[in-house]
Design a protein around this ligand. Structure first.
Ligand code: AKB
Length: 311
């Protein structure tokens, strides 16, 4: 079977950085075309400067490498998106529409679209949130992502394209800090614990949100994309979750390893966003369709994070 040639947009973000490595390991270093606005000093493999808003440039890269799959990760997240809604819409939605158009034109075999728990809003049931439910998101990030999900479904229904997606919860990882998200505290807390043994949290102590650890994000993304097409019942985006936690629970779990650690709470604008999202997720459709099953719970994630963070 011919190896895929995979274009990754937003390759220097929190997920992109690690997904590019995982894709290189799985498919070969020369099969992956990493693209972003800036290069990284330590990047390995093929890298191209690419602004996803420059449609001609995106098309030239698709043609140059004869790309067969696209993972479209470039996006502005929930909190940063509120600072510039128009730009967020352009990057998160307009750029995705161009990608879908180019993918159809160039007969791209598979597309991956990352969505988010940000598609939920105040009318969504917060406990065990079902796959299909009420979506009235309060952020431009959420609005752009739920619209992207609908476009994925439209292109699949109308043109028979193979488009797959995941609604990521908060992603916890140690290689690359997330920027501009509401769940970012769950990564920052580890770095502050290791550096200063104290953390000032921007969410309230009892704000419960679903999370997932990066090794499970990589597993989920690669497994979903490798699953036989006949098993994929949803072309918009699958709910997944690793575990749910509050800042206080995460603090207590870190304190087991760093007893002198202290925490204070100074909620800011991000509290309102967090309060409109789910607390726990029903990811049974992903479990049934492509055997999603996370390896990490909160305790094993905390142990692994603390063992791997380099300050
Ligand atoms: C954010 O907080 O905006 C993201 C997300 C949950 O999509 N991490």
């Amino acid at each position: 079977m011919k190896k895929p040639i995979i274009l990754v947009t937003g390759s220097n973000g929190q997920i992109g950085t690690e997904l590019v490595n995982a894709l290189q390991d799985r498919y070969g270093i020369d099969q992956i075309i990493a693209t972003d606005l800036k290069d990284k000093e330590d990047s390995v493999g093929i890298f191209e400067f690419m602004d996803v808003l420059n449609v001609d440039r995106v098309e030239r890269i698709i043609e140059k490498y004869e790309v067969t799959q696209i993972y479209h990760l470039a996006a502005l997240l929930s909190s940063r998106g509120e600072d510039n809604p128009a730009l967020t819409w352009k990057i998160n939605l307009d750029a995705y529409l161009s990608i879908l158009h180019l993918a159809h034109k160039h007969k791209i075999e598979k597309i991956f679209f990352p969505s988010t728990i940000g598609v939920y809003g105040p009318t969504t049931p917060r406990h065990n949130t079902p796959q299909n439910t009420s979506f009235i998101p309060g952020t431009v990030y959420g609005i752009s992502k739920i619209t992207g999900e609908l476009w994925s479904q439209y292109y699949r229904n109308r043109f028979g394209m193979d488009i797959r997606g995941i609604r990521y919860p908060g992603v916890i990882s140690y290689s690359h800090l997330p920027v501009g998200g509401t769940t970012d505290y769950a990564v920052e807390i580890f770095f502050e614990a290791m550096k200063n043994k104290k953390y000032e949290c921007f969410l309230k102590a009892d704000t419960r949100l679903p999370m997932v650890y990066m090794p499970d994000v990589l597993k989920a993304t690669l497994d979903l994309m490798a699953a036989p097409a006949k098993d994929i019942s949803i072309s918009y985006a699958y709910n997944i979750s690793g575990f749910s936690l509050t800042p206080n629970e995460l603090y207590e779990a870190i304190k087991v390893h760093i007893p002198e650690m202290t925490i204070s709470y100074v909620p800011d604008d991000r509290q309102k966003i967090a309060d409109s999202w789910s607390e726990t997720i029903d990811d049974s459709v992903a479990r049934n369709d492509w055997n999603w099953n996370p390896d990490y719970n909160m305790e094993s994630m905390v142990k692994d994070m603390l063992a791997n963070i380099k300050i």
